[in-house]
Structures are given as structure tokens and as C-alpha cells.
Design a protein around this ligand. Structure first.
Ligand SMILES: Nc1ncnc2c1ncn2[C@@H]1O[C@H](COP(=O)(O)OP(=O)(O)O)[C@@H](O)[C@H]1O
Ligand SMILES: [Mg+2]
Length: 582
């Protein structure tokens, strides 16, 4: 029995085991199926992930939202469940993104609107400015026209002023005489003889009574008393400066620019201040205090400055200046600018030629162009070194020659206006018909100003000369104490000065023949000394106030008084005008 029971149980367990085995097999097959399905899902998930990775941030957000804990679900449902919050979060992000995009867009729109309105305002402003610019441009054009009109009026007024200026200078006399009394200097006392030093007669015997009258008053026991007065256009006392003196010289330079020949010469005894007046104290070799570089400048540097100042005021007229420097020594003319090494230190000798229409010209004379006052004065200073000098008992640096510095101004009237705007043309208009051409020969050698010959004549070059002359000292041989060759020099000097006095005397008496040819000096200075016409001459008499030089002073003042009678008030060839007040 027990065996039957045991058999039965054995079969049951056997069947049960087989049944369980079958179930295990089924389960294993199911697991295999599930694994297969899982693998397929894995594959699909990998594909999705790849696609999500390609689409960028979303996949990354997905992954990040899933976090490291996110594991691939084993079924699509579970995967969907896992993904749902991620998708929710993504949707919220998208909404936030949309909201911020909208915000940004709104801001951008606002800015765009503001910008557009600003641009519109800017355009409006630019239009207004453009209109303003146009109106300013038309105003500028108008002003420019006004300026041109004012300029042409100014030019016309300038010409009228020149005409009046010329008349004024002519009324003052084409040959003017000034007298300058130098101060009493230490060497005046030293050179005086002891008898005179002790006498009761004052050392100063020449006085400027007023600015037109000079008085020479000297009572000497052995000589008749002297009490002479002389009148000149201007008398400068010992205290009057170079600047004041140049103030009266200056108007002549305006005449030079008007085409007149101008001569300015210093005449007087040696040691009376001729070189100092014409060239400044530097010329005498004395040191110039550095703190007073300009106050003592003589006529030459001041005239050079004035000349170039006037030239710069007339840029439309092409004006050029040539300078020649000569010294007349022993009745010979020496060219101080010639760089001829074979000749003497004072430069080669030249001859004066009288060209057509009485124009005098020095053959082969060197003419250096100068472009500024500084160039002019430097050129003159260089030549002064060559000048013949000698120490006499009157003056340690007595000049033994007549120095003439000539600046020739060449000017061409503006093109297209043949004389119509020339000062002479304006003068002609103001004066009415002029005298015949033959009587109006210009002192620049017969070339009259184009305007004076009629407005139809073509423009031509015009020359005007400024001659600055530092004459050698007129001196009494007895006083200067010179002998030998110096005595010969003195004799030549005195003869040439006598010839100059004769020329001025002949002009004063209106003699038909004026003896220009008697000396090289007068021949050379013919253009400036010619009375009437367009030549203007200023003679500056330089005198010492000293008792010892009274004889020479009287001679000098007599020379001036004689010269002064020349051509007074009859510059246009008319009869002499009554003496005018200054
Ligand atoms: N106005 C003046 N004021 C001061 N010193 C003068 C004046 N004129 C001339 N002198 C002096 O007199 C001296 C002689 O002058 P300078 O011009 O050489 O005479 P000149 O040329 O007539 O022979 C020089 O020492 C000069 O400095
Ligand atoms: Mg001198």
C-alpha cells in the first residue's frame, strides 16, 4: 500500500515538475520575447534620442530634465509617463520663451519707433540747416559783392588821396629843406681852443627857435656879432629823435609809389650828423646799445621798412625793387655792389651816361633785386664797409665820398586797366586837361605814367627812383686840418658840393641851363634834383650847435636857404605860389 501511495505521489510530483518545467520554458520564451521587444524599443529610443540630439536644446533639456537618474523605461507607456513632466516643463519653457520674445519684440518695436521719430526729426533739422546754409551762402555772396564794391571804392579813394597827397607835397615845395641841429657832444669841448673855452660866449650858438626857424647868435670880441635867423620847412632841435625826423620824410615814399623820383640827401659839415641821420649811428662804427636797437635807426632802414610796407599794401601792382649803391669819390663813380675782384676795394669805376630824353644812366651799374626791408638794409650795410673814410681833426670817421643808395621801383599798372585806375589818371580827371606831353616828362627818364598819356595807351612798366644820399662833409680845410691826398679829396668834395649848390641855384633862378654836368655828383643825382615835374628832393641840413663851427654852419644854412627857393609851389610848371603855412 505504502508503495502504491508512494507511486502515486511520485507521479504527481513528476507531472508537477513537468508542468513547472513547461511553465518555466513558457516564461523563458516570454522573457526572450520581452527582451526582443525591449531591444527593439531600445533601438527606437536610440533613434529618437539621435533625432532629439540633432534638434539641439530640446533633447538636451529632455536629457537634463531626465537627469542622471533617468533611465530608459522598459515599456513605451512607462517612457511616456517619464517624459510627460519633461514635456510639461518644455511647454512652460516655450511659453516663457514666447513671453520674453514678445517682451523683447515690444521693446524693439518701441525703440524702433523712437529711433524712427528721431531720424525724422534729424532729417527735418538737416533740411532747416540746409535752408539756413543756403541763405547764409546768398548773404555771403551779397557781402562779397559789397566787399568788392567797398574795395573798388577804397581803391578810388586811395587814388584821390594820392592825388591830394601829391598836391600837398607839391605845395610844400618839390625841393624841401629841413635843418637838424645835433646835440653838443663831448668831442666839441675837447676840440675847442682854450681861449674860447674860457670865454663868456656860450658854447652853443645855434638854436631851434621853433620848428621852422633856426637862430645863429654869436657875439665874439674879435668878430662882428652874428644874429641870423633862417626859415626852413622844418627845423629839428638837438633833442628831436630820428623817429620824429622820419615822420616828415615818410610822405615822400608815398610819392615814390605814385611814380615820382625822390631824393633825400644830408648836407653839412663833417661831424654834424649826416651819416647818423641817413644811416643811423651804426654807420659811424659806434656800438649800438642792445636795449635800444630801433630807436636810433636812420632814414635808410626806416625808408626801406616803409617802402616794403607800402608795397605789401599794393599786392595787385607787381612791384619790384632793385638797389644800386655807388660812392662818388674824387669825382669818380664807384660801384660798391660790383663783385669784381680785380678792382680796388671800393668797387669798379663807372661812367654816367645821358640817355635819350635826358635820362641819366650809369653804365654797367650793378643792380641787386631786394625783396624785403631787411635785405635792403643788409645790402647797404655790406657796402658801407667799402666806403672811403679818414680820421680828421673834426671827425674820427670822416666820410670822404658821397654815398648814394638808389632803390629803383618798377611797377606795372594792373592789367586790363591801361591807366584808367592809375593815380595819374585820377589826377588827370580831377585836374581837367593837362599841359602838353612834352612839358610833362617824367623824371624817370621821360617815361610818363600811362594814365597821364591817355587811357588808351597800353599798360607799360614804370620806374621810380629813391635816392638816399649821404654827402661827404663840406668842410673848411683849416678846421679839418687835412693835408696831402686828403687835401685833394677835400678839394674834390668841396667842388662837387659847390656844383650841387650851382645846380640848385640855377633851378632857383629858373635858368635855361642847369649845370648838372659840372660834376659827377650832380650828373648822377640829376633825376632827383630836377625841379618841377615829378621829382621831389629833400635836403636835410645837418649843423653843429658849436661855436667853433659857426662859419661852416652859416655856409651850410646859406646853401639851404638858396636851395629852398627852388620850385616852391610851382610843381606843375605854373607861377610860384605864395608862401604857404606848414
Ligand atoms: N642827432 C644826434 N644825436 C646824437 N649824436 C649825434 C647826432 N648827430 C650826430 N651825432 C654824433 O655825432 C658824431 C658825428 O656824426 P656823423 O653822422 O658821423 O657825422 P657826419 O656824417 O656828418 O660826418 C657821431 O658820433 C654821431 O653819433
Ligand atoms: Mg658821415
Amino acid at each position: 500500500m505504502r508503495a502504491a501511495t508512494g507511486g502515486r505521489w511520485g507521479r504527481f510530483w513528476e507531472q508537477r515538475a513537468r508542468q513547472l518545467q513547461r511553465q518555466v520554458q513558457a516564461r523563458e520564451e516570454w522573457i526572450v520575447d520581452l527582451e526582443t521587444e525591449n531591444a527593439a524599443l531600445h533601438l527606437r529610443l536610440a533613434q529618437y534620442q539621435g533625432a532629439a540630439g540633432q534638434s539641439g536644446g530640446a533633447s538636451a533639456g529632455l536629457c537634463s530634465l531626465g537627469g542622471p537618474r533617468a533611465r530608459l523605461p522598459r515599456s513605451p507607456h512607462a517612457a511616456l509617463l517619464r517624459l510627460r513632466p519633461v514635456i510639461q516643463a518644455l511647454k512652460q519653457d516655450i511659453k516663457a520663451l514666447q513671453a520674453s520674445f514678445l517682451e523683447v519684440f515690444r521693446n524693439f518695436w518701441d525703440h524702433l519707433q523712437t529711433g524712427l521719430s528721431e531720424v525724422a526729426e534729424g532729417v527735418q533739422r538737416a533740411q532747416l540747416q540746409h535752408q539756413a546754409l543756403l541763405s547764409w551762402r546768398s548773404k555771403a555772396g551779397h557781402l562779397e559783392r559789397c566787399l568788392q564794391e567797398a574795395d573798388s571804392r577804397y581803391q578810388l579813394e586811395k587814388q584821390r588821396r594820392k592825388v591830394l597827397h601829391n598836391r600837398l607835397v607839391e605845395l610844400k615845395g618839390n625841393i624841401r629843406v629841413h635843418c637838424r641841429i645835433r646835440p653838443l657832444l663831448p668831442f666839441d669841448k675837447e676840440s675847442e681852443d682854450p681861449a674860447s673855452q674860457n670865454s663868456s660866449v656860450p658854447a652853443e650858438v645855434v638854436h631851434a627857435v621853433d620848428d621852422e626857424t633856426v637862430l645863429v647868435k654869436c657875439d665874439r670880441a674879435t668878430h662882428p656879432p652874428i644874429n641870423n635867423t633862417y626859415s626852413f620847412e622844418r627845423v629839428y632841435g638837438p633833442a628831436e629823435s630820428q623817429q620824429v625826423e622820419f615822420g616828415d620824410v615818410c610822405p615822400l615814399l608815398t610819392s615814390l609809389l605814385d611814380g615820382c623820383n625822390v631824393g633825400i640827401m644830408a648836407y653839412g659839415q663833417t661831424g654834424c650828423g649826416k651819416s647818423c641821420t641817413m644811416l643811423g649811428p651804426q654807420s659811424t662804427g659806434e656800438p649800438v646799445p642792445p636795449w635800444q636797437p630801433h630807436s636810433d635807426l636812420g632814414v635808410l632802414p626806416r625808408a626801406a621798412g616803409e617802402l616794403f610796407g607800402l608795397i605789401s599794401e599794393n599786392p595787385s601792382r607787381s612791384l619790384k625793387v632793385d638797389v644800386s649803391i655807388v660812392e662818388v669819390y674824387n669825382n669818380n663813380i664807384f660801384d660798391l655792389l660790383a663783385k669784381d675782384g680785380r678792382t680796388a676795394a671800393s668797387g669798379p669805376k663807372r661812367e654816367v651816361l645821358t640817355a635819350q630824353e635826358a635820362k641819366q644812366e650809369v653804365c654797367l651799374l650793378t643792380r641787386e633785386p631786394v625783396h624785403s626791408a631787411a635785405e635792403f638794409t643788409a645790402l647797404a650795410a655790406g657796402s658801407l664797409q667799402l666806403r672811403a673814410e679818414l680820421a680828421t681833426s673834426v671827425h674820427a670817421n670822416s666820410s670822404r665820398s658821397h654815398l648814394t643808395i638808389t632803390a629803383t621801383l618798377t611797377t606795372a599798372p594792373a592789367r586790363g586797366s591801361p591807366g584808367a585806375h592809375h593815380p595819374r589818371a585820377a589826377e588827370q580827371q580831377a585836374n581837367g586837361p593837362q599841359q602838353p606831353e612834352g612839358n610833362r616828362r617824367s623824371a624817370s627818364g621821360g617815361r610818363a605814367w600811362p594814365g597821364a598819356l591817355g587811357a588808351q595807351r597800353p599798360a607799360e612798366q614804370v620806374h621810380a627812383k629813391l635816392q638816399l644820399v649821404d654827402l661827404a662833409g663840406s668842410e673848411c680845410v683849416g678846421v679839418s686840418g687835412v693835408t696831402g691826398s686828403a687835401l685833394r679829396e677835400t678839394s674834390f668834395i668841396n667842388r662837387s658840393l659847390a656844383a650841387l649848390a650851382d645846380v640848385l641855384g640855377a633851378l632857383a633862378e629858373r635858368r635855361g641851363h642847369v649845370p648838372y654836368g659840372n660834376s659827377k655828383l650832380t650828373h648822377f643825382l640829376q633825376d632827383a634834383t630836377r625841379g618841377g615835374g615829378d621829382a621831389k628832393l629833400l635836403v636835410i641840413l645837418c649843423v653843429s650847435p658849436c661855436r667853433k663851427h659857426v662859419a661852416e654852419t652859416l655856409r651850410c644854412l646859406g646853401f639851404g636857404a638858396r636851395a629852398r627857393q627852388v620850385q616852391r609851389g610851382q610843381a606843375r610848371g605854373g607861377s610860384p605860389a605864395p608862401r604857404k603855412p606848414r
